[in-house]
Structures are given as C-alpha cells and as structure tokens.
Design a protein. Structure first.
Length: 256
C-alpha cells in the first residue's frame, strides 16, 4: 500500500461545528485516515499545538542532488512529511486572507523547528540527510502561492515522476477523492474549490539547511559532542526507534 501524498494547502481542520453537521461522514472519513496512517507508519513527532506535520520514513527510488551539495542515492532513507489534518488553520469562507497566511507560515516554521529538534534528539536518525513531501494542489494559483512558502523555508521543488503506470494514476485519483472528503468534513468552504485532478511536485529539504535555520550553533556543537559520546556507548541499548531503523551516523553541520 502506497502512502498518501501530503497536501500542503486546503484548510483541513476539524471543529465542533463540522462534527455536529456531519457526525457520521466525519467519523468515517477520519477513521479511514487514521487507518491509512497506521498502515503507512505515519506518526506524530511532537504534541506542540502549532505543529501541523506528521512524519514517516521511506527510501529514495531515484538519486537527487540538492543545491547545498546534499546527495541522495537510491535506497537512502528519508523523512517524509504528512499533514496533521486537525491542526491546519481553517481557511476563511471568503478564501485565504493575510492573517490566515501569517498563521499558516508561523505553523509551518514551528513544525519544522520541532522536526529539527526531534531529529537531533534521536541518534538513530543521524544518517538521514533529506526531508521531503509530495506537494499536491488543485490549481496553478495555489501552486504558485505554496511555492513561495516552501521556498522561504528552504525547500527545493522537483517535478513529479514521468511515465506513471495506469494503476498509479487510478490510485492517485482515489487519493484525491480522500483529500476532497477530508477537506469537506473539515472546511466546506475550501472544499468548493477543491479538485479531483491535482498538480503534484516533490519538495526536498536538506537536513543541513533545516538545522541551520532552526538549531542554534550552541545546540549543534552540543549535539556533536553527544554524538561522539553516544557512539562510544552504542552497545548499551537501543532507543524507541530501533524497531524501525538502523543507522550509520550523520556528521554534516553548518559552518558558523
């Protein structure tokens, strides 16, 4: 079962009014969403209320080279971002406003800051150097707006895969229907402009860029010292992610 690509715009948020209007539909849609999350290994890396991402781990199918020199080779592990549907700021009935944009951007930054802290706190994730997401939006206008946000946070945009098979197209169409249902039960105003056919792109973020933006130099220096100490005592036990991962170390840092 393939994972569901992350939608980075659309107002996927639940509220009391939505549950009262569509209690059965909302329950079924979110039950399906939770089941797919478990199936695909998607989990929450923080409980901070401003964080609207969850993550999973995957491997690259093709190589990628980022602008800071980070190289991803086929088979390398990466972090994949997924929206935490309940946390997305609700889009106003008249459409996204400047206030909504500021709130979305603030939550985006806080989500990445928490991710940087999480990755740094887990020695078993030191070998992961790339974070990515599959960006799926319904129109060129939304794509252009979203590109501005992701560029601001250090992401690089790569085109979607070409020559996709018919089963992949069918699966994606089914995913688009689920995206629309999630939007419908969370924010009907946003669902009116939602489409079943979407533009998709891969967005990549170097871990080095992530740490430069959201981890202080003192924290990076401390982590480097802890890494060396941890390597010396690695035989004394595993961590909470040992069931998911094996690692070979990560040693890239920013220049101060």
């Amino acid at each position: 079962m393939h994972r569901i690509e992350v939608i980075l715009l659309g107002g996927l948020a639940r509220g009391p009014a939505t549950r009262l209007k569509r209690p059965l539909l909302a329950a079924l849609v979110f039950m399906l969403d939770r089941w797919l999350q478990r199936l695909q290994g998607i989990f929450e890396y923080t409980h901070k209320p401003d964080c609207f991402f969850r993550i999973s781990f995957n491997r690259l199918r093709t190589g990628v080279v980022l602008s800071d020199g980070t190289v991803g080779r086929p088979g390398d592990r990466v972090v994949e971002l997924h929206l935490w549907n309940e946390r997305i700021p609700v889009v106003p009935a008249k459409g996204p406003s400047l206030a909504w944009g500021r709130q979305f951007n603030r939550c985006f930054a806080e989500s990445l800051r928490e991710l940087a802290q999480f990755l740094m706190s887990e020695p078993e994730l030191r070998n992961i150097t790339i974070i990515r997401a599959n960006m799926s939006v319904g129109s060129k206008a939304k794509s252009d707006s979203l590109y501005g946000i992701v560029f601001r946070h250090g992401f690089e945009v790569f085109p979607d895969e070409v020559g996709l098979s018919f089963p992949v197209h069918v699966r994606r169409f089914g995913e688009n229907i689920l995206y629309w249902l999630l939007t419908l039960v969370g924010n009907p105003a946003a669902a009116r402009s939602n489409k079943f056919w979407r533009t998709r792109s891969w967005i990549y973020l170097s871990r080095r860029v992530l740490e430069c933006k959201y981890i202080t130099a003192d924290e990076r220096a401390f982590d480097s010292g802890q890494t060396r100490t941890g390597d010396e005592h690695a035989s004394h036990g595993g961590l909470m992610l040992s069931a998911r991962l094996t690692t070979n170390g990560h040693g890239e840092h920013c220049r101060n």
